[in-house]
Design a protein around this ligand. Structure first.
Ligand SMILES: O=C(O)CCC(=O)C(=O)O
Length: 283
């Protein structure tokens, strides 16, 4: 039987089903829900919305609030808003790191890059074209950088799944250019052709997706009426140069070979954050 390592090497990505439990995700979801609640209270007090939509579930409330004040295309992803111990615990969760260890060995660094994404119904801004992550991370194409992507709700064909082109990482980084109407640079040559399989990833909450920096993927339009919440963070083998990437100041070791443990504490990471320019950079 093919191992995770073999599958990942062949495809450039891997889905591990039921990698995490409800309980593993609960603290981060609570943080996100608190942000939503605080924002709703603020907007209500300012008279911008006439209802805080308190009774709505996690996958609907934020959308209702934004609809209530016509701000549906306000934000691409959340960074500072979700900086928390719960986020740190998830990034350094032994179940996450065990999967990464099976792919890149046991000296693993967290690159400092993380996003919680509220992918809203019908929102164009989060509908991403085919891309390789190295296209947006200068000078990373010769190293291994892995994204861990966790859905916080079930992902179905209709609510904005990710699609992948298995094996497309093997041709290296393509040339990118900017075209009118696209927020991000796009590949000069289309990565698809009639003989290439497109894999649409249906995922359950608790499944874990990991992909490398060269595999082509895209994010489809969310055609449902619920928010497709997800969280993602990036890693590399310890010692990999981050070449001045914007999040370098909050990179830290996540697992070390000798102890098999995470050598960074929440307090240490928070101190890094406090000393970095991140707080004012993104929402
Ligand atoms: O979460 C998404 O919808 C897109 C994620 C993505 O394309 C990426 O992290 O490179």
């Amino acid at each position: 039987m093919e191992t995770n390592f073999e599958k990942f090497t062949e495809q450039g990505y891997l889905v591990v089903q039921s990698a995490l439990s409800e309980a593993d995700l609960a603290s981060l979801i609570a943080v996100v829900s608190e942000v939503v609640d605080a924002r709703a209270t603020e907007l209500y007090k300012e008279g911008v919305i006439s209802d805080t939509y308190e009774g709505l579930p996690f996958e609907r409330r934020w959308h209702a609030i934004l609809k209530g004040c016509n701000r549906e295309n306000e934000v691409f992803g959340w960074h500072t808003l979700v900086f928390s111990e719960a986020l740190f615990d998830l990034i350094t969760h032994p179940k996450v790191l065990d999967i990464l260890e099976s792919l890149i060995g046991s000296d693993i660094q967290f690159n400092g890059d993380f996003w919680v994404r509220p992918k809203l119904p019908n929102e164009k801004l989060t509908t991403l074209p085919w891309h390789q992550d190295s296209a947006y991370m200068p000078d990373t194409e010769n190293d291994v950088h892995l994204t861990v992507w966790l859905p916080l709700v079930d992902v179905k064909p209709e609510n904005g799944p990710l699609q992948f082109l298995p094996g497309s990482h093997k041709s290296g980084l393509q040339t990118y250019h900017r075209v009118p109407g696209e927020v991000f640079a796009v590949p000069v040559l289309s990565p698809t052709s009639s003989d290439i399989d497109i894999h649409t990833l249906e995922m359950k909450k608790g499944d874990l997706l990991v992909f490398n920096n060269l595999v082509f993927h895209r994010s489809l339009l969310n055609c449902s009426n619920i928010i497709r919440w997800s969280v993602d963070f990036r890693f590399s083998p310890t010692g990999t140069s981050l070449n001045g990437l914007w999040h370098e100041a909050i990179a830290c070791p996540a697992r070390e070979r000798e102890s098999g443990q995470c050598p960074t504490s929440w307090q240490t990471w928070r101190a890094q954050w406090e000393a970095s320019p991140h707080k004012d950079r993104f929402v």
